[in-house]
Design a protein around this ligand. Sequence first.
Ligand code: GTR
Length: 405
Amino acid sequence: MRSREEMLQAVNYDESKVPQYVIPSPLQKADGSTVRDAAEWVNFQRPRILELFRREVYGASLPRPDSCSFQLLSCKSDAYMGLATRKEIRLRFEMADGKTHSAEMLLYLPNQATAPVPVFLGLCFKGNHVTSSEKDVRITGQNYPGNQDLGEDKRGLQAERWQFPEVLKRGYAAATLCYHDFFPDHVDGWQRSALSLFYAQPDSPEVRAKHTAIGVWAWGLSRALDCLEAEPGIDARRVAVHGHSRLGKTALWAGAQDPRFRLVISNDSGCCGAALSKRYFGENLEVIVNVFPHWFVTSFAQYARREAELPFDQNFLISLQAPRAVCIASASEDLWADPRGEFLSGAYAGEVYRLFGADSYSPTQMPAPGGRLSGLVSYHLRAGKHDQTGEDWQHYLELADRFLK
Ligand code: GTR
């Protein structure tokens, strides 16, 4: 095995060194024939591709726990100077044998609403208190042992990434939970993860072969949606799921498994998110499976440095969102995430959208920095670095106005 330094030195940032590659078609069936229509896609091919990703990449889907309860921890009717009502809700999961696990949601509902509203749901990195500029949000994310990053002094640090006041003014609710609540993002996070509901030994080779952190985070998004369905102020048929970077990968996997998500947003999700693996540009499979082994089923490591042998690529993951709206966002300086590879997977998902009478953009239409392509499959390239900013949100809100209202 190569050392980490050798692996990082081998990372390719040169477009002229992208290998010749063939992008597999999600429409091609195992017998070599091609899916002909939307019914065959929905009933035959889509379930097979989902199963492929479960087995090869993100792990088995988890069921609902035996019971879930939603406990209101706080309610503030004049959040953001009267713009919103803020709720903090504990999601408590319980199994018949008594095992429990919980997570905490931060939810803002726009006060101007006269009817149930659509909602943006996303997991956050450092705790709910880091997403909001309000100083009295409960500190969450402490399920990540020893993380000094999650304290009082980090309040509001990533509020820019969430744009709550703007989202609320536009008539949307916004919800978040910390991803560590579901699976602490660490190679040894298994024991404290929600997998403990389902397994006596979550940290065993058998469980690692079958489940992943990304899978558990995606499960958490679906459980959060269960909670939003119980919330009278929310119209749970109009939900956007979004995520940045590793949580963008997670949003795509959540959208693939749970069709209740009507708009699926991937921000700078990169390798094993929206980016095509076979381009071997920026982060590659060798790096990602070695640095983040808990994100993938154990056997996925077999494709490290063997991207050409993958029987699928990430255009399949985008295709699993069809015919719902999907937005792929890149940042021009975020070469680690391969903006062109992220763009192309959306283009190559077009053949599945076409079965539904929709379409994507073409592979030749890559916009310059600052440009956007807006449709059922949409893409934008923000000028700048790996991040999620107000500019990204302008496109998300425009798409939500179109597809969720
Ligand atoms: C990086 C990782 C990326 C991306 C990113 C993030 O270290 O290599 O795939 O997930 O972290 O989540 O910020």
